[in-house]
Design a protein around this ligand. Structure first.
Ligand code: B16
Ligand code: MG
Length: 217
């Protein structure tokens, strides 16, 4: 494998924003009288904001007009932005900074492939922005994971082919997206959920570019 870049998903790979998404979606679901648990939140990982809302409305068999859905999404996002406003580099997942520094030393290019429209702001809050050669997020895509659009645009922005970019993903929908696009992919989390990835590891703690490559060989 001739891998020249890494494409990172953000939520759940670089930083644990899932807990904040959960709190914000749960408050909205409560207002709509739809029961929404932490397990239900798992299914939303990697999905766009609108797709996440559709899943929640589906759970409550609720059909709403487009205008109301926009208002609900704005409300959820305002609460989410409030929750993440105090986020700092302390909230980077373990080993992420060290891994980024190692990629820089090794001359491996770095891109973001996140469904989140809040990604640029979060990269700034967690102090990672300077590592990224390309940032593709929810603002530049029309199709949500498991469609590969976000990763294909990432590879294009780096001027590379999919097989030259290693994707890191924590969501099953994201692993599917990478595979459909022809990217090698490392799952971050448990093999039960991410078994379709080329390799699965719990996180970046103790990892380096050399150890990740060894997992793929
Ligand atoms: P926003 P990722 C995804 O980010 C999250 O996993 C998902 O839970 C969220 O709904 C989505 O971003 C959209 O986020 O509301 O901030 O635009 O995992 O693709 O980095
Ligand atoms: Mg994710």
């Amino acid at each position: 494998m001739d891998i020249r870049a890494c494409l990172f998903d953000m939520d759940g790979v670089l930083v644990d924003t899932a807990k904040h998404h959960f709190v914000a979606w749960q408050r909205l679901a409560e207002e709509l009288s739809i029961p929404f648990s932490r397990e239900d939140n798992e299914a939303l990982k990697g999905l766009s904001r609108v797709d996440s809302l559709e899943v929640i409305l589906g759970m409550g068999n609720l059909v709403l007009d487009a205008q109301t859905k926009l208002q609900l999404m704005d409300k959820k996002n305002a609460h989410y932005l409030e929750l993440i406003s105090t986020m700092s580099p302390d909230e980077l997942l373990p080993g992420v900074s060290e891994f980024m520094a190692d990629l820089q030393r090794e001359g491996i290019r770095v891109g973001l492939g996140s469904s989140s429209k809040n990604a640029p702001q979060i990269l700034d809050l967690i102090g990672l922005r300077s590592y990224f050669d390309a940032v593709i997020d929810g603002n530049q895509i029309t199709l949500s994971k498991p469609d590969p659009e976000v990763f294909l645009k990432g590879a294009q922005a780096l001027g590379l082919e999919p097989e030259e970019c290693l994707v890191f993903e924590d969501a099953a929908a994201g692993v599917d997206a990478a595979r459909t696009g022809g990217f090698p992919v490392v799952g971050i989390g448990s093999p039960e959920v991410l078994g379709d990835a080329d390799a699965v590891m719990p996180g970046f703690k103790g990892e380096s570019w050399a150890t990740v490559l060894a997992r793929l060989s």
